[in-house]
Design a protein around this ligand. Structure first.
Ligand code: 13P
Length: 256
């Protein structure tokens, strides 16, 4: 059995107002009480719902972690529309999703800005959930492994071993996001193992063993157990199915 604590994280993307988010996290809590010490649960609402969700988590003493979906790398400044790391820290965010394919595809994130964000997250005492994953064209050309390895190496440039130890990586093939298509669990495990090996080549086998690698892309209650029972897959980053308490909780239970 792996000593890594499984993680199931919900990426709410651009869904849920502050009020809706507070209700959803309460509902999740009602369903998952008995999982608390065996699966780490994280919700990643939009920026505008972080405060209300954070307040519910604090007042009800929920064992649910809070993450943001993006962050700027500067401490402050003239960056209209951006959010600085310490703004997230104040709201008790422990995690930040960095480099999601939707940010890379639609909002200009590059390996370079992903690396800057990773540093900013670590430097502010939070943990990045680094997203990597290939397009359908790369997948069909058989280039997945080298592409993903390159993304991991670029994202981690200059990161210290102490920081790398806490890293979470989510392998999310772009062609599997929101499509209902998925790789086989064996394929997901192969890439997860390769991500672990890449981190290991940079920071040693101990760090490779402590890094958690999640699978993301059309994870549903029906298929979650298949992925989560793979030895190198330590959890899931869930999109659509994280927007309902029952389906998110069912996926979390699959991690046991
Ligand atoms: P879906 O679970 O909706 O495919 O989204 C996955 C994802 O992008 C999580 O970050």
């Amino acid at each position: 059995m792996s000593e890594r604590m499984p993680m199931v994280a919900g990426n709410w993307k651009m869904h849920k107002t502050a009020g809706e988010g507070a209700i959803l996290v309460q509902r999740i809590e009602e369903r998952v009480i008995r999982l608390w010490d065996r699966v780490e649960l994280v919700v990643c609402p939009p920026f505008t719902a972080l405060k209300s969700v954070s307040t519910v988590i604090e007042l009800d003493r929920l064992q649910i972690g809070l993450g943001a979906q993006n962050v700027h790398w500067e401490d402050e400044g003239a960056f209209t529309g951006e959010i600085a790391p310490r703004m997230l820290v104040e709201l008790r965010c422990g995690y930040v999703i960095v480099g999601h394919s939707e940010r890379r595809e639609f909002f200009g994130d590059t390996n370079e800005t992903v690396n800057k964000r990773i540093h900013a997250v670590f430097d502010n005492g939070m943990v990045p959930i680094l997203c990597v994953g290939e397009s359908l064209a790369i997948h069909e050309a058989g280039g997945t492994e080298s592409f993903v390895r390159g993304q991991v190496r670029a994202a981690l440039e200059g990161v210290t071993t102490e920081q790398a130890e806490r890293l979470v990586v989510a392998y999310e093939p772009i062609w599997a996001i929101g499509t209902g298509r998925t790789p086989t669990p064996e394929m997901a495990n192969d890439i997860a193992r390769s991500i672990r090996a890449t981190v290991g080549a940079l920071h040693g086998p101990g760090v490779a063993q402590s890094v958690r690698v999640l699978y993301g892309g059309s994870v549903k209650p029906e298929n979650a157990r298949m992925f989560l029972s793979e030895p190198d897959v330590d959890g899931a980053l869930v999109g659509g199915a994280a927007l309902e308490a029952d389906s998110f909780a069912d996926i979390a239970e699959s991690a046991l």
